[in-house]
Design a protein around this ligand. Structure first.
Ligand code: SAM
Length: 257
């Protein structure tokens, strides 16, 4: 029999892509499609949903919340790029970076691009969004996703972010950076954690990830006009989170925080 995992009980989050539609129109469409809208959630309990009920998130108005495992992969709104299947945690980085329309932004480790498309929506497709990824295959997937989402302000580069010239003339107005580097993924409830099986290997892997993350963060701070940066991972290890930030601030005492 199928085993229950914590992920099975988590609500299904859906981000409305405001480049293609409005929250109001998406809600109307879903109501006509048999879902029942209960309004904005006021407390966490309101996120425990049954059947076809859905609510608006407590914090992010573009985020709709459905009962666990509600399936949208074949849904019109998904296929047309009007909704993006994106967990709340993954919506927070772009929401917090909040680059204004017209600004110049870097998404340093961007593929498959859900955060990139969220950034473009916040920027209303105005300004410049430089997105890098080392992995060509993931970048190809990303290209399709951005096309479906109607993103036009981006420039994709199959490039090692650590080798991007921070003094390049095209980056002289970059004020916002989103840094979401490769991590252990230990915070993803859908992944089974079997790290306890090989403690030594796991230790070495974490150390190497943390060193890469710190290099990316230090590199980001070298962009001359950087004003705001959001660093995110899907890890629950402080070694990949707080400790990376602390080491970076120690190595860059002149960066205002
Ligand atoms: N931000 C993405 C999103 O929300 O869809 C997820 C990014 S994923 C956590 C990390 C990405 O970093 C991977 O796609 C990986 O290929 C890429 N990556 C790893 N090393 C890199 C490097 N040196 N330069 C640029 N990208 C890199």
């Amino acid at each position: 029999s199928a085993q229950q995992t914590p992920g099975d009980q988590l609500p299904r989050y859906v981000r409305v892509n405001t480049l293609k539609t409005s929250v109001e129109d998406a809600v109307d469409y879903l109501k006509r499609d048999g879902f029942s809208y209960l309004g904005q959630a006021l407390k966490l309990d309101n996120l425990t949903l049954k059947n076809k009920d859905f609510v608006m998130d407590l914090h992010l108005p573009e985020l709709l919340v459905f009962s666990p495992k509600t399936e949208f992969h074949d849904h019109f709104l998904y296929k047309a790029g009007h909704i993006i299947l994106q967990d709340k945690a993954s919506c927070l980085p772009a929401y917090l970076l909040d680059p204004p329309p017209g600004s110049h932004v870097i998404d340093a480790c961007a593929a498959p691009g859900n955060k990139t498309s969220h950034l473009a929506a916040i920027m209303k497709n105005r300004g410049r969004l430089f997105a890098f990824d080392l992995d060509g295959k993931r970048l190809a997937t990303m290209s399709t996703l951005l096309l479906r989402a109607g993103v036009t302000c981006h420039q994709l580069a199959n490039q090692d972010f650590l080798k991007v010239d921070t003094n390049g003339p095209q980056y002289k107005d970059v004020e916002y950076i989103l840094l979401d580097p490769s991590c252990s993924g230990s915070g993803m409830v859908c992944l089974r954690d079997d790290s306890a099986a090989h403690p030594e290997e796991e230790k070495a892997r974490l150390a190497s990830l943390a060193s890469f993350q710190l290099k990316c963060l230090n590199h980001s701070l070298r962009f001359p006009r950087l004003k705001r940066l959001v660093y995110s991972t899907c890890s629950i290890h402080s070694q990949e989170n707080e400790e990376v930030i602390a080491a970076c601030l120690q190595q860059n005492p002149n960066f205002r925080n």
